[in-house]
Design a protein around this ligand. Structure first.
Ligand SMILES: [Zn+2]
Length: 251
């Protein structure tokens, strides 16, 4: 039997049998893993509160022949305050879902783990615009999984470009004026420049950025298309929130 001790954040949970809970953890050392928390559904269980979605803590897991079993969990921050605001819950769920759909099981990435925790602290402190945070996080996830954007060179002829109005989704980069524009998306030069800036921005600095809402929409569309193309599942966590926002706009 192997025992592991690691920092982790609970990405999602599901009730299992009468009193158990399945948890999906994004761990610092093991990457994404699922584990069973025995008896966690009972109020008085020592696993009741440390296995709630968004909880961040130190966990001890052991593994027999099958899946991981939770043995101990010490909460560092429960992040349950996030649950009081619908926008924040939606974005927090989205970041967790993005990790879930993009990362293979047990593929460790300490850098991305750190980014996820940083994003949660920024959301907890209302420190930044949620959309901007999500876009920077998306670019980090894309890069970590081999789908990073290259916006400094034309993705077809490889000539350096300072700006462009087209991004190839196939080649994950800008396309210069001379090259054919296929399998991609037209973007305004202003959006292109912001994407280029965000692509190199450390997540903890995303609170400094203010993006006009028309450009936000362009950037969201482009990254959404790349995410939809790159992973097997399409994220759904923001659908309800976006639906509400669209209906408010059209009223
Ligand atoms: Zn070119």
């Amino acid at each position: 039997m192997a025992i592991f001790q690691t920092r982790a954040l609970v990405l999602k949970t599901q009730d299992y049998k009468e009193s158990d809970r399945l948890i999906w953890l994004y761990t610092e050392k093991l990457g994404k893993v699922s584990a069973i928390a025995k008896g966690a559904k009972k109020n008085r269980s020592k696993y009741f509160s440390n296995t709630l979605t968004f909880t961040y803590g130190d966990y001890i897991l052991y593994r027999g022949k099958g899946m991981y079993t939770l043995n101990e969990g010490t909460i560092i921050d429960s992040f349950q305050g996030i649950l009081s605001d619908f926008d924040t819950i939606s974005y927090a769920s989205y970041l967790c879902e993005l990790i879930d759909i993009s990362m293979a099981e047990e593929e460790s990435n300490r850098e991305l783990f750190k980014e996820l925790v940083t994003a949660f602290y920024l959301m907890k402190n209302n420190a930044c615009d949620l959309e901007t945070l999500a876009r920077v996080f998306e670019m980090n996830v894309l890069r970590a999984t081999g789908y990073g954007l290259n916006l400094h060179k034309c993705s077809i002829c490889k000539e350096p470009i300072s700006s462009a109005d087209y991004i190839s989704i196939q080649y994950l980069g800008g396309v210069c004026i001379k090259c054919p524009k296929l399998n991609g998306m037209r973007v305004s030069p202003a959006a292109y420049n912001i994407i280029k800036y965000l692509n190199n921005l450390a997540l903890e600095k995303s609170y400094r950025v203010t993006i006009p809402s028309n450009l936000k929409e362009e950037i969201e569309k482009l990254l959404g298309a790349i995410i939809a193309q790159s992973y097997i599942r399409k994220p759904k966590s923001l659908e309800t929130l976006n639906f509400i926002k669209r209906s408010e706009k059209s009223e």
